[in-house]
Design a protein around this ligand. Structure first.
Ligand code: A3P
Length: 299
Protein backbone atom coordinates (compact mmCIF):
# COMPACT_ATOMS: atom_id res chain seq x y z
CA UNK A 1 0.00 0.00 0.00
CA UNK A 2 0.92 3.63 -0.42
CA UNK A 3 1.74 4.20 3.24
CA UNK A 4 4.51 1.64 3.40
CA UNK A 5 7.91 3.09 4.12
CA UNK A 6 11.24 1.30 3.92
CA UNK A 7 14.26 2.37 5.89
CA UNK A 8 16.89 2.84 3.20
CA UNK A 9 20.30 4.27 4.11
CA UNK A 10 18.84 6.06 7.10
CA UNK A 11 15.77 7.49 5.34
CA UNK A 12 12.14 6.41 5.09
CA UNK A 13 11.64 5.70 1.44
CA UNK A 14 8.08 5.20 0.11
CA UNK A 15 7.45 1.85 -1.53
CA UNK A 16 6.61 3.55 -4.83
CA UNK A 17 10.09 4.94 -5.22
CA UNK A 18 12.41 2.48 -3.50
CA UNK A 19 13.26 0.71 -6.74
CA UNK A 20 13.70 3.96 -8.62
CA UNK A 21 15.92 5.35 -5.91
CA UNK A 22 18.20 2.33 -6.02
CA UNK A 23 18.36 2.36 -9.82
CA UNK A 24 19.14 6.07 -9.75
CA UNK A 25 21.94 5.52 -7.26
CA UNK A 26 23.43 2.63 -9.18
CA UNK A 27 22.96 3.50 -12.84
CA UNK A 28 22.63 7.23 -13.29
CA UNK A 29 25.63 8.83 -14.94
CA UNK A 30 25.65 12.55 -14.38
CA UNK A 31 26.84 14.86 -17.12
CA UNK A 32 28.89 17.92 -16.25
CA UNK A 33 26.03 20.21 -17.27
CA UNK A 34 23.24 18.41 -15.37
CA UNK A 35 20.96 20.32 -13.04
CA UNK A 36 19.48 18.34 -10.19
CA UNK A 37 16.50 19.82 -8.31
CA UNK A 38 16.19 18.20 -4.90
CA UNK A 39 13.57 18.48 -2.16
CA UNK A 40 11.36 16.69 0.30
CA UNK A 41 7.88 16.33 -1.24
CA UNK A 42 5.65 19.39 -0.76
CA UNK A 43 8.45 21.86 -0.33
CA UNK A 44 8.01 23.69 -3.64
CA UNK A 45 9.51 21.20 -6.10
CA UNK A 46 6.97 21.99 -8.82
CA UNK A 47 7.70 25.71 -8.51
CA UNK A 48 11.47 25.19 -8.59
CA UNK A 49 11.11 23.01 -11.69
CA UNK A 50 9.16 25.74 -13.48
CA UNK A 51 11.59 28.50 -12.48
CA UNK A 52 14.70 26.54 -13.41
CA UNK A 53 13.31 25.33 -16.70
CA UNK A 54 12.26 28.85 -17.66
CA UNK A 55 15.59 30.43 -16.69
CA UNK A 56 17.52 27.80 -18.62
CA UNK A 57 15.40 27.94 -21.76
CA UNK A 58 14.61 31.67 -21.83
CA UNK A 59 16.67 32.31 -24.92
CA UNK A 60 15.52 29.21 -26.82
CA UNK A 61 11.94 30.35 -27.35
CA UNK A 62 9.72 33.21 -26.31
CA UNK A 63 8.14 32.63 -22.93
CA UNK A 64 4.62 32.44 -24.37
CA UNK A 65 5.73 29.48 -26.46
CA UNK A 66 7.47 27.69 -23.62
CA UNK A 67 6.87 23.91 -23.51
CA UNK A 68 6.31 24.50 -19.79
CA UNK A 69 2.87 25.89 -20.66
CA UNK A 70 1.81 22.87 -22.64
CA UNK A 71 3.65 20.09 -20.84
CA UNK A 72 3.70 21.47 -17.30
CA UNK A 73 6.67 21.47 -14.93
CA UNK A 74 6.53 17.70 -14.45
CA UNK A 75 6.42 17.16 -18.20
CA UNK A 76 9.55 19.19 -18.83
CA UNK A 77 11.48 18.07 -15.73
CA UNK A 78 11.28 14.33 -15.01
CA UNK A 79 11.79 12.84 -11.56
CA UNK A 80 14.78 10.57 -11.32
CA UNK A 81 13.16 8.04 -9.04
CA UNK A 82 9.58 8.10 -10.35
CA UNK A 83 9.59 8.71 -14.07
CA UNK A 84 12.65 6.66 -14.87
CA UNK A 85 12.00 3.21 -13.56
CA UNK A 86 14.31 0.93 -15.47
CA UNK A 87 17.99 0.73 -16.20
CA UNK A 88 17.39 1.23 -19.89
CA UNK A 89 15.48 4.41 -19.28
CA UNK A 90 18.52 5.83 -17.52
CA UNK A 91 20.61 5.16 -20.59
CA UNK A 92 18.02 6.85 -22.80
CA UNK A 93 18.35 10.03 -20.79
CA UNK A 94 21.64 10.59 -22.59
CA UNK A 95 19.64 11.81 -25.56
CA UNK A 96 18.03 14.71 -23.71
CA UNK A 97 19.14 18.21 -24.68
CA UNK A 98 21.73 19.86 -22.46
CA UNK A 99 21.50 20.95 -19.81
CA UNK A 100 19.37 18.08 -18.60
CA UNK A 101 17.15 19.03 -15.65
CA UNK A 102 15.90 16.38 -13.22
CA UNK A 103 13.96 16.35 -9.98
CA UNK A 104 14.72 14.07 -7.05
CA UNK A 105 13.65 13.49 -3.47
CA UNK A 106 16.77 11.48 -2.67
CA UNK A 107 18.63 12.54 0.45
CA UNK A 108 22.05 14.05 -0.23
CA UNK A 109 23.87 11.01 1.10
CA UNK A 110 21.98 8.71 -1.27
CA UNK A 111 22.82 10.67 -4.43
CA UNK A 112 24.95 8.76 -6.95
CA UNK A 113 28.67 9.51 -6.78
CA UNK A 114 28.59 10.86 -10.32
CA UNK A 115 26.18 13.60 -9.21
CA UNK A 116 28.29 14.56 -6.22
CA UNK A 117 31.69 14.28 -7.91
CA UNK A 118 30.92 15.87 -11.27
CA UNK A 119 30.35 19.54 -12.07
CA UNK A 120 26.59 18.86 -12.08
CA UNK A 121 24.76 21.47 -10.03
CA UNK A 122 22.25 20.80 -7.29
CA UNK A 123 19.47 23.14 -6.21
CA UNK A 124 17.64 22.22 -3.02
CA UNK A 125 14.36 23.78 -1.99
CA UNK A 126 13.01 23.40 1.53
CA UNK A 127 10.02 24.74 3.35
CA UNK A 128 8.87 25.38 6.88
CA UNK A 129 8.15 21.82 8.12
CA UNK A 130 4.72 22.86 9.44
CA UNK A 131 3.52 23.95 5.99
CA UNK A 132 5.29 21.05 4.35
CA UNK A 133 3.48 18.63 6.62
CA UNK A 134 0.03 20.12 5.99
CA UNK A 135 0.67 20.27 2.26
CA UNK A 136 1.70 16.59 2.36
CA UNK A 137 -1.30 15.55 4.41
CA UNK A 138 -3.77 17.45 2.21
CA UNK A 139 -2.11 15.98 -0.89
CA UNK A 140 -2.20 12.41 0.38
CA UNK A 141 -5.83 12.44 1.50
CA UNK A 142 -6.80 13.49 -2.01
CA UNK A 143 -5.20 10.47 -3.58
CA UNK A 144 -7.51 7.48 -3.70
CA UNK A 145 -6.18 4.32 -2.05
CA UNK A 146 -7.16 0.72 -2.49
CA UNK A 147 -7.94 -1.39 0.60
CA UNK A 148 -6.44 1.17 2.87
CA UNK A 149 -7.50 4.09 4.99
CA UNK A 150 -5.85 7.48 5.04
CA UNK A 151 -4.18 8.45 8.27
CA UNK A 152 -5.98 10.99 10.43
CA UNK A 153 -4.27 14.35 10.80
CA UNK A 154 -3.24 13.49 14.36
CA UNK A 155 -1.75 10.11 13.44
CA UNK A 156 0.06 11.48 10.40
CA UNK A 157 1.40 14.30 12.56
CA UNK A 158 2.73 11.90 15.22
CA UNK A 159 4.55 9.94 12.55
CA UNK A 160 5.91 13.08 10.96
CA UNK A 161 7.37 14.16 14.31
CA UNK A 162 9.06 10.76 14.57
CA UNK A 163 10.58 11.25 11.14
CA UNK A 164 8.24 8.62 9.68
CA UNK A 165 7.19 10.26 6.43
CA UNK A 166 8.31 10.06 2.79
CA UNK A 167 12.11 10.71 2.68
CA UNK A 168 12.07 11.62 6.38
CA UNK A 169 13.28 12.40 8.90
CA UNK A 170 12.93 15.89 7.46
CA UNK A 171 15.69 17.26 9.72
CA UNK A 172 18.26 14.84 8.32
CA UNK A 173 17.13 15.52 4.75
CA UNK A 174 17.44 19.28 5.30
CA UNK A 175 20.77 19.04 7.08
CA UNK A 176 22.34 16.85 4.40
CA UNK A 177 21.80 19.45 1.70
CA UNK A 178 22.34 22.40 4.06
CA UNK A 179 25.79 21.20 5.06
CA UNK A 180 26.68 20.40 1.47
CA UNK A 181 25.66 23.94 0.46
CA UNK A 182 27.93 25.42 3.13
CA UNK A 183 30.85 23.24 2.13
CA UNK A 184 30.37 23.61 -1.59
CA UNK A 185 28.44 26.80 -2.36
CA UNK A 186 29.24 26.59 -6.08
CA UNK A 187 27.86 23.07 -6.22
CA UNK A 188 24.75 23.20 -4.03
CA UNK A 189 22.29 26.09 -3.79
CA UNK A 190 19.97 25.97 -0.79
CA UNK A 191 16.66 27.81 -1.20
CA UNK A 192 13.67 28.28 1.07
CA UNK A 193 10.08 28.37 -0.19
CA UNK A 194 9.34 31.31 2.10
CA UNK A 195 12.24 33.34 0.67
CA UNK A 196 11.23 32.68 -2.92
CA UNK A 197 7.70 33.73 -2.04
CA UNK A 198 8.80 36.94 -0.34
CA UNK A 199 11.76 37.90 -2.53
CA UNK A 200 10.75 36.43 -5.83
CA UNK A 201 12.82 38.54 -8.21
CA UNK A 202 16.06 38.45 -6.13
CA UNK A 203 15.68 34.69 -5.74
CA UNK A 204 15.22 34.18 -9.49
CA UNK A 205 18.37 36.25 -10.03
CA UNK A 206 20.25 34.23 -7.43
CA UNK A 207 19.14 30.99 -9.06
CA UNK A 208 20.18 32.21 -12.53
CA UNK A 209 23.59 33.33 -11.22
CA UNK A 210 24.11 29.99 -9.51
CA UNK A 211 23.22 28.13 -12.70
CA UNK A 212 25.84 30.18 -14.52
CA UNK A 213 23.12 31.90 -16.57
CA UNK A 214 22.98 35.43 -15.15
CA UNK A 215 20.54 37.94 -16.63
CA UNK A 216 22.11 40.56 -18.86
CA UNK A 217 21.48 44.23 -18.21
CA UNK A 218 19.33 44.20 -21.32
CA UNK A 219 17.23 41.29 -20.07
CA UNK A 220 16.75 43.03 -16.74
CA UNK A 221 15.72 46.26 -18.42
CA UNK A 222 13.22 44.38 -20.55
CA UNK A 223 11.59 43.11 -17.35
CA UNK A 224 12.40 39.51 -18.14
CA UNK A 225 12.84 38.51 -14.50
CA UNK A 226 9.42 39.89 -13.60
CA UNK A 227 7.99 38.04 -16.58
CA UNK A 228 9.51 34.75 -15.40
CA UNK A 229 8.18 35.46 -11.94
CA UNK A 230 4.68 35.95 -13.34
CA UNK A 231 4.85 32.92 -15.62
CA UNK A 232 5.81 30.71 -12.68
CA UNK A 233 3.51 32.24 -10.07
CA UNK A 234 0.99 30.04 -8.33
CA UNK A 235 -1.91 31.82 -10.03
CA UNK A 236 -0.45 31.45 -13.52
CA UNK A 237 0.61 27.86 -13.07
CA UNK A 238 -2.72 26.82 -11.57
CA UNK A 239 -4.40 27.92 -14.78
CA UNK A 240 -2.10 26.26 -17.29
CA UNK A 241 -3.88 23.81 -19.53
CA UNK A 242 -1.21 21.30 -18.53
CA UNK A 243 -2.05 21.77 -14.85
CA UNK A 244 -5.78 21.46 -15.31
CA UNK A 245 -5.77 18.41 -17.53
CA UNK A 246 -2.32 16.82 -17.30
CA UNK A 247 -0.78 14.26 -15.00
CA UNK A 248 2.24 14.52 -12.76
CA UNK A 249 4.50 11.81 -11.33
CA UNK A 250 2.87 8.41 -10.60
CA UNK A 251 -0.15 9.37 -12.69
CA UNK A 252 -1.35 11.85 -10.06
CA UNK A 253 -3.35 14.75 -11.56
CA UNK A 254 -1.05 17.72 -12.13
CA UNK A 255 -3.59 20.00 -10.42
CA UNK A 256 -2.89 18.23 -7.09
CA UNK A 257 0.57 19.84 -7.07
CA UNK A 258 -0.94 23.32 -6.88
CA UNK A 259 -3.24 23.57 -3.88
CA UNK A 260 -2.95 26.91 -2.08
CA UNK A 261 0.62 28.09 -2.44
CA UNK A 262 0.81 30.17 0.73
CA UNK A 263 3.10 30.61 3.70
CA UNK A 264 1.58 29.79 7.08
CA UNK A 265 -1.47 27.82 5.92
CA UNK A 266 -0.56 25.09 8.41
CA UNK A 267 -1.55 27.43 11.24
CA UNK A 268 -5.16 26.98 10.09
CA UNK A 269 -4.97 23.25 10.77
CA UNK A 270 -2.54 22.63 13.62
CA UNK A 271 -3.23 23.28 17.29
CA UNK A 272 -0.82 25.51 19.22
CA UNK A 273 0.61 22.44 20.94
CA UNK A 274 1.27 20.76 17.59
CA UNK A 275 3.00 23.91 16.39
CA UNK A 276 5.23 24.07 19.44
CA UNK A 277 6.04 20.37 19.14
CA UNK A 278 7.46 20.92 15.65
CA UNK A 279 9.18 24.10 16.70
CA UNK A 280 10.87 22.28 19.57
CA UNK A 281 11.92 19.56 17.16
CA UNK A 282 13.40 22.16 14.81
CA UNK A 283 15.20 23.75 17.75
CA UNK A 284 16.58 20.44 18.91
CA UNK A 285 17.52 18.95 15.56
CA UNK A 286 18.71 22.03 13.69
CA UNK A 287 20.36 23.94 16.52
CA UNK A 288 23.84 25.22 15.74
CA UNK A 289 23.29 24.49 12.04
CA UNK A 290 22.37 28.09 11.27
CA UNK A 291 19.19 26.88 9.57
CA UNK A 292 15.88 28.41 10.68
CA UNK A 293 12.35 28.97 9.40
CA UNK A 294 9.69 31.60 9.56
CA UNK A 295 6.31 30.04 10.16
CA UNK A 296 3.96 32.62 8.71
CA UNK A 297 3.92 35.30 6.08
CA UNK A 298 3.53 37.87 8.88
CA UNK A 299 7.15 37.33 9.91
P1 A3P B 1 0.34 23.83 -0.65
O1 A3P B 1 -0.20 22.46 -0.49
O2 A3P B 1 0.67 24.46 0.67
O3 A3P B 1 -0.51 24.72 -1.49
P2 A3P B 1 5.77 20.08 -4.34
O4 A3P B 1 5.79 20.72 -5.66
O5 A3P B 1 7.12 19.95 -3.70
O6 A3P B 1 4.97 18.83 -4.33
O7 A3P B 1 5.04 21.11 -3.35
C1 A3P B 1 3.69 21.44 -3.54
C2 A3P B 1 3.40 22.72 -2.77
O8 A3P B 1 3.98 23.82 -3.46
C3 A3P B 1 1.92 23.00 -2.64
O9 A3P B 1 1.75 23.72 -1.42
C4 A3P B 1 1.69 23.86 -3.88
O10 A3P B 1 0.53 24.62 -3.84
C5 A3P B 1 2.94 24.73 -3.84
N1 A3P B 1 3.25 25.31 -5.14
C6 A3P B 1 3.29 24.69 -6.35
N2 A3P B 1 3.56 25.56 -7.32
C7 A3P B 1 3.72 26.77 -6.72
C8 A3P B 1 4.01 28.09 -7.21
N3 A3P B 1 4.18 28.32 -8.50
N4 A3P B 1 4.11 29.08 -6.31
C9 A3P B 1 3.92 28.85 -5.00
N5 A3P B 1 3.62 27.65 -4.47
C10 A3P B 1 3.53 26.61 -5.33
Amino acid sequence: GGNLLYLYQGFWCPQVSIKGMMLFQQHFKAQETDLILASIPKSGTTWLKALTYTIVNRSHHSLEKSPLLTNGPHGVVPFLEFDISSRNQFLEQDKLPEPRIFGTHSPYTALPCSVKDSAAKIVYVCRNPLDMFISYWKFSVNIPKENEKHLSLGDAFDKFCQGLHGYGPFWDHLLGYWKASLERPDKVLFLKYEDIKKNNVPCIKKLANFLGLPFSVEEEEQGLIEEISRLCSFESMKNYEATMTGTGPLGIPASAFLRKGQVGDSLNYLTPSMVSRVENLIQEKLQDSGLSFCRSSAF
